[in-house]
Design a protein around this ligand. Structure first.
Ligand code: SF4
Length: 366
């Protein structure tokens, strides 16, 4: 009789001591060798990052995932849209799974394909769809990436949002960006797009809450979505650390609101923040506005610098991944928590993801 594998981690895993969990995960890794690759996002718990073959942000990990031609199994320790992107980029015979399928991203859930299609129709209804290039943030469902693939658009991450906007402006005269209003706003500001040419499309309202004139004259149409982890940071947090720590350098993620970005010394993707800390001189004091696990890890890795969080903000979805559900997944690899994307969606999404990778590759060669 075939053993039935529970879809949910059984309670017996709760009783395994941490040292044994780590030892058993390492045994799986040693046994599978190059057939297994463990990708871990920067916001993962430290004990998960310590076991990963690669640590990175969503852009770096999507590139790493695409390069893992020898691995049969790609285990993604991050949130669902990341594993979905890895599944789209995976080669034939490769499998992507994640330790907890409930690790989603609330921001990605703020833009559903039906809503984006409706916004697209709104633009058509006023005769202003032509020349609009859709760009979706990596933090989005596969259907949105597919939408961009079939409508001459691309995916971007916080690492390459600026180059992606510039790429779009070479192909059209307007950008429709979803689902993060704040990354869109901060990117538009960096590219010096006039404020009156940037509008916010609210999917809750008819025509996004915009008049045909507003929609028609906009150079950047930004979806009203946000990351609760990064919008937690407020200008008063920046002002407070500056008062308490004279000389402090403040670096934040561009999913923060623009008033926080404006008050900071620097803003950039997770990888940017990692490099910013690495390049700071010994003795530097740095307050970081991003997810708590990354800040705490950077503080441990750089004992010669004083590193702390701008305010405490943890991503509860990233936190869902732990040693227990990782071991459970590895014990039942290929049987549970496999992430798949229907080929009809994947083939169009792949076009948009590959455009993103080529935009960045072209920029690196400039
Ligand atoms: S940090 Fe924000 S954007 Fe990233 S997974 Fe968590 S909720 Fe989503």
């Amino acid at each position: 009789m075939k053993t039935q594998i529970a879809r949910v981690m059984p309670d017996q895993y709760l009783e395994i001591p941490e040292e044994e969990l780590v030892a058993r995960i390492k045994e799986h890794k040693a046994e599978l060798g190059e057939r297994l690759v463990l990708l871990t996002h920067h916001y993962q718990r430290p004990e998960i990052v310590a076991l990963g073959d690669f640590v990175g942000d969503s852009f770096g990990l999507s590139r790493d995932a695409a390069r893992q031609t020898k691995a049969k199994d790609i285990v993604f320790c991050g949130v669902h849209f990341m594993a979905e992107s890895a599944a789209i980029l995976a080669g034939p015979g490769q499998r992507v799974s994640m330790p907890d399928l409930r690790a989603g991203c609330p921001m990605a859930n703020m833009a559903e394909i039906e809503e984006v299609e409706r916004a697209w129709s709104d633009l058509a209804s006023i005769g202003r769809q032509e020349g609009v290039i859709p760009l979706t943030y990596m933090n989005s469902h596969a259907e949105l990436k597919a939408f961009c693939g079939r409508n001459e658009g691309s995916v971007c991450t916080s690492t390459n949002a600026g180059p992606a906007f510039e790429w779009a402006f070479k192909r059209g005269d307007r950008v429709f960006f979803f689902p993060d209003e704040h990354l869109g706003r901060n990117t538009a500001n960096a590219l010096k797009i006039p404020r009156d040419k940037v509008v916010i499309y609210d999917p809750e309202d008819e025509m996004g809450g915009l008049s045909p004139e507003e929609l028609g004259q906009a150079r950047a149409i930004l979806w009203k979505g946000y990351c609760h982890v990064h919008t937690h940071f407020r200008p008063e947090h920046v002002n407070r650390v500056r008062q308490r720590h004279p000389g402090v350098m403040v670096v934040v993620h561009p999913e923060c609101t623009e008033d926080v970005v404006d008050l900071s010394d620097a803003a950039g993707s997770t990888e940017f923040i990692v490099r910013y800390v690495e390049n700071a001189p010994a003795g530097a004091t740095i307050a970081i506005g991003t997810e708590l696990n990354l800040v705490q890890r950077l503080a441990l890795e750089h004992p010669d610098k004083k590193i702390f969080e701008l305010a405490r903000s943890l991503c509860p979805n990233m936190f869902r991944i732990n040693l227990r559900n990782l071991l459970w997944l590895l014990d039942h690899l290929g049987e549970v928590n496999i992430v798949t994307v229907p080929e009809a969606v994947a083939s169009e999404a792949r076009v948009a993801l590959e455009r993103m990778l080529s935009i960045t590759a072209a920029r690196a060669e400039d």
